[in-house]
Every structure is written in structure tokens, then in C-alpha cells.
Ligand binder design. Structure first.
Ligand SMILES: Nc1ncnc2c1ncn2[C@@H]1O[C@H](COP(=O)(O)OP(=O)(O)OP(=O)(O)O)[C@@H](O)[C@H]1O
Ligand SMILES: [Mg+2]
Length: 387
């Protein structure tokens, strides 16, 4: 494949097709250093996936990343982008195919946001109209109003500048993105927003991304796969987040992912992944005899009152079953109502916050599809621990 082929192949989304990135025993030994900064790193990042490099300060994350666009020269092994060795590439050519986001954003302070985003397309010689359209499109993509394109970096918040940094890296639609602690300097709330926004964006544009962080929680959230490095640039484990949490390959990894890895696993699974419990779903006026029959086989021995649309109203009290037909007396409201799209960790916090054993689970239209219980969650945690 020639570089023009790469440049012209478009994915189903209309964006340029992502490429595979392969570290093949890539090594960096800085002059005079006793040991390598990156030592025989072998990691393959499939096209369109996010690979997170994580590890303590000085373990070689930035070095590994910068060898990809040759800001740092490799001293051993190889790195291939789309099957071609970066050693054989013209450096300018190579860098145009790679978007790069650095921690301090590095926007040009005396240029407007629009001009900042347009940097690479202009270098590539795009005509004015195409550049302007691209800037507009990217401002939309990162959810900034068009008006901000005329402002200067100092007139934006830190989080907004960070988004512009991402937009600028995406401007020439590179098949590969390198992001070095892109959200490191942002407060936790905006950081979470930026993470979610980037994941939403990635679902659409499907780039191959190398993402550096020293925060294991960020790694678990953002990575399709995570490479854990330790001092001296040794790769300790390369695996999808769930596998890393389930079976850490070494005491170092176990230590790095932390003692609460069982809880962390809950943030990787959604309520819809769970085999939910069932409670008898009843409406006011139903036959009490039938409800009692249903209770015999139900997982949850309390009937759940629902309305005409199937939305939960609350847990029925014994008094509601005193006559022939079901009454409306409740022992408690339905809270917390859990959305089946929620991650299990959030659902667990909701249950704990309401001091409730059970939470009705609803689908997108608000109808009850089952019940989540503390007991169910605790079984899951234990089952996985012994796995
Ligand atoms: N230009 C350089 N010359 C010599 N040694 C360097 C150079 N740049 C980095 N190093 C060393 O290489 C090792 C890896 O550095 P690197 O910047 O890749 O770490 P990092 O994992 O990105 O750390 P951090 O999380 O602090 O950013 C460190 O020991 C560092 O001191
Ligand atoms: Mg670094």
C-alpha cells in the first residue's frame, strides 16, 4: 500500500480508514543512559482501537509514543504504521498521518481557535473553502459554538482548550492519533466530561489511538486494551481492561490496578449484562390469588406495582393483598429505579444510597424488565474473584 492509497481509503463512516500500529521489540536507549527507557516493547494495536499506555512516572510512556512519529528515534527493533516501518518514512509525511495531542495542549496563543484548528490542513495546501468547512465541522464535533472559532486560546476555559487540542489533531483526519495525558491538567468533573466526549467521538470516527495516562481508572475507562509498563520500559501486561482486572499477570500489575479491582470490574459491566431477578409485576385490580401463585416461584418475594405503561410505582404492602383484588398500598416507593444501560458500579451506588436491597430495572421507555439486588451483585463479585 502506498501512502496515497492510505490517504484515499475511506471507512464506512466517511472518515479515513484507521491503520494498525505495531511496536516490534521497539527499544530506546538514550545516549549515556545505563538502561533503556523503552526495552523491547512489543504491542500490536488493531486498527480503530484505543490502546492505553499506563505506568508510573519515568517508565517510558512518552518515549514509546514519540518513537511512533519519530520525534524520538528508535535505537532497536521497529514500529510499523499500517504495515510500513516508520524508519523508512519521510518524517513530514509520517507526521501528517498522525494526530498528536500533548498535555499542555500547545495551542498557538496569537492565533484564533479557528486558525489553530486549521494548522495542518493549511500545511497540506487545502483550499480556503475546504479549510473553513473542516474547521466548522470540527467545532461541531467537539461541541463548541462556531463563534468560539474567532476567539483566542486565552479566552477559553482549560477544558475547552483541551477540546480544541483534540480538534486540531483530528483536522487532517489522520488514521492514527497519539494522545499524551490529554486530560491530565483538567479538574475531575471536566475530565470525565472530556473522556465521555472523546469516547462518543471515537465511536464515530474509529481512529487507532495511543493514549498515555498514569491514572489506572482513566486507562480502564478509555482503553480497548491496556499496556502496563514499569520502570525501564518493561511491558508487564497487555490486555483488555476486564482481563487485566480479572487476572493481573504479576504482583506489580496487581498492585498498580489496586485493591478495589473487584469494584472496578463493576464499572465495565452494564445492568443489561446481568441475568436479572424477577418480581411479580402487578397492576391495581389484578387477582390476588394469581399474584400469590406468582410469588411462589418469583426471585423477589414482594410484588411490584406498575402503572398502565409498565413503569414501576412501588413495592406493595401485605395490606394491598388483603382482598380479592390488588390494592394500591405500598410498603415503599420504587427507588432507586435502575436504567438497564447503567454501569453496575453506578447501580450499586444507587442501591447503597437508598439503603435498598432491590431496584426495579427499566428499559429505555421506562418499563420494568427485572430487578437488580444487592445479593445478585455480591454473588457476581464473589464468582469473579474465584475465577
Ligand atoms: N531526552 C532524554 N535524554 C535522556 N533521558 C531521557 C530523555 N527523555 C526521557 N528520558 C528518561 O527516559 C525515561 C522515560 O521517560 P519518559 O518521559 O518516557 O517517561 P514517562 O513514562 O512519560 O513519565 P511521566 O509519566 O513522568 O511523563 C526516564 O527515566 C527519563 O528520565
Ligand atoms: Mg510522559
Amino acid at each position: 500500500m502506498t501512502s496515497t492509497d492510505i490517504a484515499q481509503s475511506e471507512g464506512p463512516s466517511g472518515y479515513r480508514e484507521a491503520v494498525e500500529l505495531e511496536f516490534d521489540e521497539a527499544t530506546k536507549r538514550y545516549p549515556g543512559a545505563e538502561s533503556p527507557a523503552v526495552d523491547s516493547l512489543s504491542v500490536t494495536v488493531p486498527a480503530g482501537e484505543i490502546c492505553v499506555l499506563v505506568g508510573p512516572s519515568g517508565c517510558g510512556k512518552t518515549t514509546a509514543m514519540r518513537m511512533v512519529n519519530r520525534m524520538i528515534d528508535i535505537t532497536g527493533g521497529d514500529i510499523r504504521v499500517g504495515g510500513r516501518s516508520v524508519r523508512e518514512r519521510d518524517v513530514d509525511d509520517l507526521r501528517r498521518e498522525i494526530g498528536y495531542v500533548i498535555q499542555q495542549v500547545g495551542l498557538f496563543p496569537h492565533r484564533t481557535i479557528g486558525d489553530n484548528i486549521a494548522t495542518v490542513p493549511r500545511l497540506l495546501g487545502w483550499d480556503k473553502k475546504r479549510v473553513a468547512e473542516r474547521v466548522q465541522e470540527l467545532l461541531d464535533l467537539i461541541s463548541l459554538p462556531q463563534e468560539m472559532g474567532r476567539r483566542y486560546p486565552a479566552q477559553l476555559s482549560g477544558g475547552q482548550r483541551q477540546r480544541v487540542g483534540v480538534a486540531r489533531a483530528l483536522a487532517a483526519d489522520p488514521p492514527l492519533m497519539l494522545m499524551d495525558e490529554p486530560f491530565g491538567a483538567i479538574d475531575p468533573i471536566n475530565r470525565e466530561r472530556l473522556q465521555n466526549e472523546f469516547l462518543r467521538l471515537q465511536a464515530e470516527i474509529r481512529k487507532t489511538v495511543v493514549f498515555v495516562t498514569h491514572d489506572i481508572d482513566e486507562a480502564i475507562k478509555m482503553g480497548d486494551r491496556i499496556a502496563i509498563l514499569r520502570e525501564g520500559g518493561h511491558l508487564e501486561q497487555y490486555a483488555p481492561p476486564a482481563e487485566l482486572l480479572m487476572s493481573p499477570a504479576s504482583p506489580f500489575v496487581e498492585d498498580f490496578v489496586g485493591a478495589d479491582r473487584a469494584l472496578k470490574r463493576l464499572s465495565l459491566q452494564r445492568v443489561s449484562d446481568v441475568d436479572l431477578w424477577q418480581a411479580p409485576l402487578v397492576r391495581a385490580g389484578d387477582s390476588v390469588a394469581e399474584v400469590r401463585r406468582a410469588l411462589e416461584t418469583a426471585d423477589v418475594k414482594i410484588p411490584l406495582l406498575i402503572d398502565e405503561r409498565g413503569a414501576p410505582r412501588g413495592w406493595l404492602s401485605e395490606r394491598a393483598l388483603a382482598g380479592d383484588t390488588v390494592g394500591e398500598q405500598l410498603r415503599s416507593g420504587p427507588e432507586p429505579v435502575v436504567d438497564r444501560a447503567d454501569v453496575l458500579r453506578d447501580a450499586l451506588s444507587d442501591l447503597l444510597a437508598h439503603e435498598s436491597q432491590y431496584g426495579p430495572v427499566v428499559d429505555g421507555s421506562g418499563r420494568v424488565v427485572g430487578v437488580l439486588s444487592i445479593e445478585l451483585l455480591s454473588h457476581m463479585l464473589k464468582a469473579e474473584d474465584s475465577a
